[in-house]
Ligand binder design. Structure first.
Ligand code: XMP
Length: 515
């Protein structure tokens, strides 16, 4: 299988380059520029892409591409900082420009070449840079320029090395996808051979080989990642897989029953359901601080999971639904810790003495690739296409104290929001690309009138967001009829709610979840 290595200089959009390359059907991996040397030896990629980055080549200690990149004899595409470092390496000059160029620019392609094959001579691209190439050596020729930037794209005269100052990976670059495809297929002449059915077969063979006749334990949450991991491993080793599902009582309506029905009954997996609702509620009693709630849930989860795992004899492997973005994030470009906005939690932390080896069959995949794999494994669309749901569950959608009564209130309201928005989506009344839609229970009471009586009761917030990755999000103008039905039904059907509000905050600055 052909492969591309993306060397990351810390750009915000490096992951997007990887997405685009995979979408074109070519396998790729990303590596921080500091670790590229070793990775090149192990991987032997068929082409290399150098990402953009926040540094300036004129700054002290700014990173440079590893020397061995230039010795691989494979095509290289430098993007933004990547292009600047390529030009500098060959004797050109890069200088800070008096104006930072950020946003749309029209460029002129002045030179016929494989990178711009089939494209318009004038096109709109997305720029984001402070420095720019001021001089190239005679090893390079200029392929494109703009009014403010004389060197927008370059090609080495002898080697298959190209550079672009703009960002082809972002959607704002009109023909960005086509440019990356040209690099992969016209310049590097790679086959488009990254397919989910062959990935699935490869992984099944690899899991069988790794596991042999031993047993694998998997924490099944019912979310997309653990569900797909379970289906894949089960297909590989059948009953040697034991799944543990912790019912912490913070799930949405119908969740536990759904997991039992699908994995226990339909897939006939060895599924152990641990009923721990009371234990979680007791641990959360009286706690209102969001971070404390998350920590308590994380710890209790690990305790319960560990106790159950300990009861299962002879387990050798722990399976996790770790995805590629988790792997990349834990190897950040700078190595600098990022600010903790919310402590996320996933399964982990088994006792040391269990000495389990890890299996992470999804660690090379992005989320949408996991969904494709799930379909390949015959998982139904209500599992594969489900909206993301936080590990701490409804607890982060109850502001203030978590009690059984408040849990039931938010669960009932959430079911209504989901039913009505799902109906709107399937009837075409809602056209937006929604990412999540749910209810949150606020710690605010207000006055209402029911019949002739005055009530003083709770408030439900309806949250719906459009997003492509959960990192940024915007709220949609839901049709008035849909919002009206949601409000009407919640106030009529959920006892103790007097008011429904619609959350119109984007992320940033607001987060998607309320806590
Ligand atoms: P925020 O609220 O930070 O959420 O804007 C971004 C995305 O992450 C989900 N989320 C979590 N997922 N464990 C998870 O696995 C967690 O603790 C967690 N907290 C938030 C959230 O639903 C959204 O999709």
């Amino acid at each position: 299988m052909a492969s591309v290595l993306i060397v990351d200089f810390g750009s915000q959009t490096t992951q997007l380059i990887a997405r685009r390359v995979r979408e074109a059907g070519v396998f790729c991996e990303m590596i921080s520029c500091a670790k590229a040397e070793k990775k090149l030896q192990d991987m032997r990629p068929n082409a290399i892409i150098l990402s953009g980055g926040p540094a300036s080549l004129s700054a002290e200690e700014s990173p440079r591409p590893a020397e061995s990149i230039w010795e691989q004899g494979v095509p290289v595409l430098g993007i933004c900082y990547g292009m600047q470092s390529m030009v500098e390496k060959c004797g050109g000059r890069v200088l800070p420009h008096d104006k930072r160029e950020f946003g749309h620019r029209e460029i002129d392609i002045s030179n016929e070449n494989p990178l711009f094959k089939g494209m318009n001579a004038k096109q709109n691209v997305w720029m984001s840079h402070g420095d720019q190439v001021s001089e190239i050596s005679d090893q390079f020729e200029v392929l494109a320029q703009s009014e403010t930037c004389p060197v927008v794209a370059v090609k080495h005269r002898e080697k298959p090395w190209y550079g672009v100052q703009f960002h082809p990976e972002v959607v704002h670059t009109q023909e960005g996808k086509a440019l990356l495809a040209n690099f992969l297929f016209n310049v590097a002449d790679l086959p488009s051979d990254w397919r989910m059915d062959s990935f699935c077969d490869q992984q099944i063979a690899a899991i069988r080989e790794q596991v042999g006749s031993q047993k694998v334990l998997l924490g099944l949450s019912g979310g997309v990642d653990s569900s797909v991991a379970a289906a894949l491993i089960h297909k590989a080793i059948g009953d040697q897989l034991v799944c543990v599902y912790v019912d912490h009582g913070l799930q949405r309506a119908g969740e536990t029953e759904g997991v039992k029905k699908l994995f226990g009954d339909a897939f006939k997996m060895d599924l152990r359901v641990v009923h721990a609702q009371d234990r979680f509620l007791a641990a959360l009693s009286g706690v209102t601080d969001p971070e404390k709630k998350r920590k308590i849930i994380g710890h209790t989860f690990i305790e319960v999971f560990d106790e159950e795992s300990f009861k299962i004899r002879d387990v050798d492997f722990l399976a996790q639904g770790t995805l590629y973005p988790d792997v990349i994030e834990s190897e950040s470009f700078s190595g600098a810790p990022t600010a903790v906005i919310k402590s996320h939690h996933n399964v982990g932390g088994l006792p040391e003495e269990m000495k389990l080896k890890l299996i992470e069959p999804l660690r090379e995949l992005f989320k949408d690739e996991v969904r494709v794999l799930g379909r390949e494994l015959n998982l139904p669309s209500n599992v594969v296409d489900r909206q993301p749901f936080p590990g701490p569950g409804l607890a982060v959608r109850i502001l203030g104290e978590i009690t059984q009564e408040r849990l039931e209130k938010v669960r009932a309201a959430d079911a209504i929001v989901r039913e009505e928005i799902d109906a709107g989506l399937s009837s075409g009344a809602i056209e937006d690309e929604l990412w999540q839609w749910f209810a949150a229970l606020l710690p605010v009471k207000s006055v209402g009138v029911v019949g002739d009586a005055r009530i003083y009761a709770d408030t439900i917030a309806v949250r719906a967001v459009m997003s492509t990755d959960g990192m940024t999000a915007d709220w949609p103008w839901l049709p008035k009829e849909v919002l009206g039905r949601i409000s009407n039904r919640i106030i009529n059907e959920v006892k103790g709610v007097a008011r429904v509000v619609y959350d119109i905050s984007s992320k940033p600055p607001a987060t998607i979840e309320w806590e």
